[in-house]
Ligand binder design. Sequence first.
Ligand SMILES: Cc1ncc(COP(=O)(O)O)c(C=O)c1O
Length: 412
Amino acid sequence: MSADKRYESSQALFDRATEVIPGGIYGSKSPGFTVPGRFPYYFTEGAGCRLKDADGHQYIDYLCGFGSMILGFGNPAVDDPAVAQLRKGDLLNQPGPAMVELAEKLVDLIDGMDWAVFSKNGTDATTLAVSLARVHTGKSHILMADGAYHGSANWCSSNSHPILRDKDEVRTFAYGDASELEALFDELEGRIAGVILTPYHHATWGAQIMPPEGWHQEVRRLCDKEGALFVMDDIRANFRMSLYGSHTIVDARPDFIAMGKSLANGYPIGALMGTEELKKTAAAFFITGTFWTSTVPYLAALACLGEMERMDIVSHMNAMGRRLGEGLIAAGADAGYRISMTGPPAIPFMTFADDPDLWHNQEFSARMAAKGVYMHPHHNWFLSYAHKEPDVDETLEKAAEAFMEVKTVFGE
Ligand SMILES: Cc1ncc(COP(=O)(O)O)c(C=O)c1O
């Protein structure tokens, strides 16, 4: 089937959307972020690790709602209590008891953290962390890694219009480059409120980078020397590296941890956690949003955490990710390609050697989409508890065909 016909309904919806929604679909979900014309633009259903698009095609999904689906789409253990609460009312005037229970649960679970506040999106949590770091230290500057994504807010987004960027007070350094970071600390001595980092570098483009030996300890040392705070943005890696916080895997000791995405298996909730020392500052800060106290996502988060604890989801997802990665490297090699898999196995990304513009990734992903596997060409992928061996093996069979097709397209 030609790409035009395959995505006919997606295209028709998109054409209608451009009349009434600026850009049709904006941000990281815009067609230009995948392979325009060769990817579905709209989805209608999800079950387990599979999605259905607006044209009725099924996909084994490796984007998992940009990481937020961790137990499977439509997981009844999460959805049943959430839907039951929905029928009784979601946004009530005041928070429900589940808000307290969730804070208690997270304080119990997440290593080194003593309190939690909640929001909707991850951007709310990272932005709040940066604000609290500035208020607590009385200093202005925030340091972040080049190419890091901490949300769509103007202070951190590289997609933001230059006139809106906080460029004088938010400075960047190369992830993992301790001497560059130390030089920035020297240059800005007395002005640094905090450093925000992800547990490993999932750059907005290309291969992912694990932290070099000693990196997070060096960040801690520099923060302590300056009296600055260390914010761990665990929003993307959350619960796929460890149930106790990804910082425990990379040996980091942050002051704040921002969370979101997989916390409630797709229900909208973000969280900022912090140490005892910062509790007073957080208590005095005006933190709110009309929908931040909706009860349903709290129940979903509690149920999701319960399921994640009950089953050994981290080792399952990482085992599936390893199976996928090893299979892709082998299938690529059969077609004559040198394939790299980067990042933790449960949050992998694939690149072809000598493909800096990701043209090969785009062709490969478009071919996989046509075969019913959703693998993003530019954004890292995610495994979930719902991905089982047969799903991964079916993916690998299709990948073997796709690599051969890519070879023909590029005449290699
Ligand atoms: C590391 C990281 N931080 C922050 C965010 C922002 O989260 P949200 O899109 O929920 O605002 C994201 C989203 O992709 C992310 O990956």
